[in-house]
Design a protein around this ligand. Sequence first.
Ligand code: UFG
Length: 335
Amino acid sequence: MEILVAGGAGYIGSHTVAELLEMGHKVITFDSLQKGHKEAVLGGEFIEGNLLNQEDIEKVFKKNTIDAVIHFAADSLVGESMEKPDKYFRNNDIGGMNLLSAMIKYNTKKIIFSSTAATYGEPEKVPIEENNATIPTNPYGESKLIFEKILKWHDTAYGIKYASLRYFNAAGAHKSGKIGEDHNPESHLIPIVLQSALGKRDCVSIFGDDYPTEDGTCVRDYIHVTDLAMAHILALKKLESNGESAIYNLGNGKGFSVKQIIDVARKVTGKDIKTKIVGRRAGDPAVLIASSDKIKKQLNWNPQYADIAKIIESAWVWHKNHPDGYKKRPTQNYA
Ligand code: UFG
């Protein structure tokens, strides 16, 4: 099967490409490299292009017979989206529409979409189930929710079947140690905490300790990136066997506060990690915890890294060996 992975040079995309290759699929990675890293794509064909350029994406469909698409290409920072909603709606919705137009034109009928827990907003109850209210509190979540609706109508009108995977907080790195998380600038909690452990930052700023949670800091549900990658492959298999379109949550069903994550990281790394409390970050809900019962039941998804220490440990291996991400290999040894 020939699979197009849009945004396959990004963090979750590259881990999915790695699993697809291991399973023997033919993979074409399409990425603008605005945030992705070519070195993160471990094999298959690589095409540089931007979904905002209709021609870029149409060329790929014209030249190949694409059986299915896995779509990661998007902007995904909650904080940035509050300041630049135009960027989010343009890249995530208009870019996505261009991809769908190419799929219609070349008759590709299956797509796995990288959605997010941010579609729910401040949840009415936790753990969050797929049929909970979706009232995003930031443009990022809104842009993803809009695209889910676009997908629904493309199923109705054109028979394009989709699985939309609403990830909670992706974390960790590939078992090979070759690929991991590298954003520039880094804004995600676990990489920032581990960069602090490496001495690359003086301290971790905790964004608010006045949330209605046990220790006052935000609670999130962290899920290993390889477990996420496997879910995409299971969802694709389901669509291949004439499965109906569906939306699935992906998390571990356990919440950890920002302070708890820092404590686990201190234990895993054996390093002192300094913190300071700063103001809340706009757009952050207090608690996000998934119920992933639906995907477990319907697709037999079975996460291999349910333990938060194991997730942070795998990220630590990556960060120790790539302190500057994909840019530079280390010259020093980290004990
Ligand atoms: N945080 C800090 N200090 C930091 C960085 C983060 O306190 O330096 C806090 C955040 O405020 C938040 C938590 O740590 O409470 C996790 O923050 P991340 O930036 O790591 O992740 P988010 O929860 O903001 O976002 C992630 C993905 C989104 C997705 C969301 C769904 O990046 O794509 O999870 O839960 F929508």
